[in-house]
Write a protein of this length. Sequence first.
Length: 134
Amino acid sequence: MIEYEELRADIDHYLMERFKYRKSLVYLTIDNVITTRRNSRVDLYLRIRKVESLFPPDCLIIARLGFSKERIGHGTHFLRFLTGIALKYGFRYIGIECANMKSGAFAKKLGFNSIDSENYVIIVDNLKSYFSME
């Protein structure tokens, strides 16, 4: 668990700065899940997986990501940030788990590949290329 504490702190700092929180918002569970405490502006549940499952190994999996204000760029901004975090900590993939219609369309727009009808994955280098081309 301690090995991901720095990753948790980076995500916490990002969310505190982006959404103007004064107190820590993010914690790490014993099964390597980064999640936010209950709050009104952001809802995050991020799985850290180093072993292969439905998703490839070395994958940061977004299980839940929501913002109180939608369609103003928070999701894209977070994915750009998460791409840098993945590169910094050696993750090769980013996944989106159990996507609904909106998040599935978002994933496709960013170049994610469908694993099945509701789960998506992308190689971090491909996402890095996408953001450098914007």
